[in-house]
Ligand binder design. Structure first.
Ligand code: ATP
Length: 323
């Protein structure tokens, strides 16, 4: 038996960051959006043959066996699969440990989401593994149980389950869907080398020793989303981590300038970076921005948001041919 779940990349339309709390976490007020770059996670019971339904074009695969579980990772050509651990530290295996109802599993991850790119690829894999495990064993746990498991795994994992456009508070794990009447066209430029999220937060602390306890609220952004107005949304996009990410990777400033000169309404760093995303006024506009940036950058992608949270795309009963 195997189940394949697809989970989307996230971007942060608003990322307000406050001063670190006593537990070391930064309080966040963020607006997430799920966009159409996906990881597919297939979870099989270890006695069955893994499925071969992964949809992205693999560039390479690494695999290992940990205790009883085993994991393999493949990815699109721009995805640094070597940066993804295949031991028990892989967050998809940690998700199975969190959810486990017994027995060993095989996990195959097919990645389109850049690794260490500020797009919550690991969180997407964790959410997908949780849901795949639930459906594989026909547990049908209530949403609040899955969301609680997700929150224990990481701040962005609950949003990866929920998808769409949502506000996140606390560490980002307290997720509430919000009204979004837009279809938003994005151009996405991943970097060849990722950035460590903790490193970006440490740099934010150095740059802002006087950060307020309460993070900035997304009031104007919520209005722009509710009205579906691209120019207004472009003005309201906000990322408190952008300065730190650009300070660590100065070339990102140049990339943002080029995208805006190429026709984007606004460019910004996605989350902790280094991926940059560009809001465009339409699908045609995004094609123009993509063409403009492709003259200087090897990997330029287009995506639309909001899209669904983690969802089953395939269930396969090995040996019977039944689906
Ligand atoms: P964040 O959610 O912290 O912003 P990110 O999107 O910047 O994360 P991820 O792709 O989630 O970055 O990877 C962060 C690190 O997590 C990687 O460098 C890798 O070592 C580790 N990791 C563990 N499991 C996975 C996974 N399934 N996919 C990608 N990275 C993973």
């Amino acid at each position: 038996m195997s189940t394949t779940v697809r989970a989307a990349a996230k971007i942060n339309l608003h990322l307000g960051v406050g001063a670190p709390r006593e537990d070391g976490f930064h309080p966040l007020d963020t607006v997430y959006q799920a966009i159409s770059l996906y990881d597919d996670v297939t979870v099989s019971t270890a006695s069955s043959t893994p499925s071969s339904t992964a949809s992205s074009t693999p560039n390479s695969t690494v695999s290992s066996t940990v205790a009883e579980d085993s994991l393999s990772v493949s990815g699109s050509s721009y995805v640094d699969v070597a940066g993804v651990p295949t031991d028990a530290t892989n967050i998809a295996l940690r998700a199975l440990d969190e959810a486990r109802c017994g027995g060993a599993h095989l996990v195959e991850i097919a990645k389109q989401i850049p690794v260490a790119g500020g797009m919550a690829g690991g969180s997407a894999d964790a959410a997908a593994a949780l849901l795949a495990h639930d459906r594989l064993h026909d547990l049908r746990q209530p949403d609040d149980v899955l969301l609680a498991q997700a929150a224990r795994l990481g701040s962005d994992v609950p949003f990866s389950l929920v998808g769409g456009t949502a506000r996140g508070r606390g560490r980002g794990e307290v997720v509430e869907p919000i009204v979004d009447h837009g279809t938003w066209w994005w151009v996405v430029v991943p970097a060849a080398v990722g950035l460590s999220t903790p490193e970006v937060y440490r740099h934010f602390d150095r740059l802002h020793p006087d950060a307020p306890a309460q993070p900035a609220e997304p009031t104007e952004l919520l209005a722009a989303l509710a009205r579906g107005e691209p120019v207004r949304l472009a003005r309201a996009l906000h990322n408190d981590l952008q300065e730190a990410a650009v300070d660590l990777r100065p070339e990102l400033g140049d990339l943002i300038d080029r995208g805006e000169a190429g026709g984007a309404l606004r460019g910004m760093v996605s989350g902790s970076g280094p991926t940059c995303v560009f809001l465009c006024d339409s699908q045609e506009g995004s094609a123009e921005v993509l063409a403009a940036l492709s003259a200087s950058y090897d990997v330029v992608l287009s995506a639309v948001g909001p899209v669904a949270g983690a969802h089953v795309v395939d269930m396969h009963q090995v040996g019977t041919g039944l689906r």
